[in-house]
Design a protein. Structure first.
Length: 221
């Protein structure tokens, strides 16, 4: 029966730099998921609801009306629509970024969450002061659109991470639990964890390759 022998090297030994990079990336993405404390579905829901609330904020924004040359219909309390809905978007949609910023600052590792939260906080304070008549700055629409854009980005990011983890899990499931190691006494079955650099592994036709290696004999698989 035809067979091929491969000089088997576990991934973390044959490619130490790639293994360290992969482990680091996995830890970063896993930490990011814990960092925000939200799942793909939560980011999706936050985005759609925040987007729905953003439309009236933009529509009744004085600055947007001047830019586009229209006048929004005046209804009782319409002047407060941007402030009320903008505050709701900040509390509901921006809570993920505020929590993330708190964890970043607690760990003395400020990052993107801190920047987004800082921008949102400045926009909220300026808009709230404008609503009280301190000065004229209308940035409620900028606050809500910023949060929507960031929620969309995080939703897509978390979705991609979940799909990648699922693919990696499916790929890992294809790996065999043991390997046929060739020794001076013959062929022995050993767990993958016991494979060492320099071991020769017998790969029979139709079987799965146990580890990365170099084909020593037989046709390439």
């Amino acid at each position: 029966m035809n067979h091929s022998d491969s000089n088997a090297k576990p991934f973390n030994e044959c490619c130490p730099d790639e293994a360290r990079e992969y482990s680091t990336n996995v830890r970063e993405h896993s930490g990011h998921a814990r960092h925000t404390g939200n799942s793909v579905a939560v980011f999706r829901d936050k985005f759609w609801l925040s987007l729905a609330l953003t439309f009236p904020v933009v529509f009744w924004s004085d600055e947007v009306q001047r830019w586009l040359g229209y006048h929004a219909r005046s209804v009782p309390g319409s002047r407060l629509i941007p402030a009320i809905l903008g505050s709701i978007v900040l509390v509901y949609g921006g809570s993920a970024f505020i929590q993330g910023a708190w964890r970043e600052l607690s760990g003395r590792q400020p990052g993107m969450m801190t920047l987004v939260s800082l921008a949102s906080a400045v926009a909220f304070i300026a808009s709230f002061a404008s609503a009280l008549g301190v000065f004229e700055v209308d940035v409620w629409w900028e606050l809500t659109t910023l949060i929507c854009v960031m929620l969309l980005g995080h939703w897509l990011e978390m979705k991609a991470i979940a799909q990648a983890q699922s693919a990696l899990g499916a790929l890992a499931a294809l790996r065999p639990d043991s390997a046929q190691r060739v020794t001076e006494l013959g062929v022995e079955k050993v767990p993958l964890a016991k494979l060492l650099v320099g071991d020769v592994v017998l790969v029979r036709p139709g079987s799965r390759v146990a580890a990365d290696g170099t084909v020593l004999e037989g046709p390439p698989m």
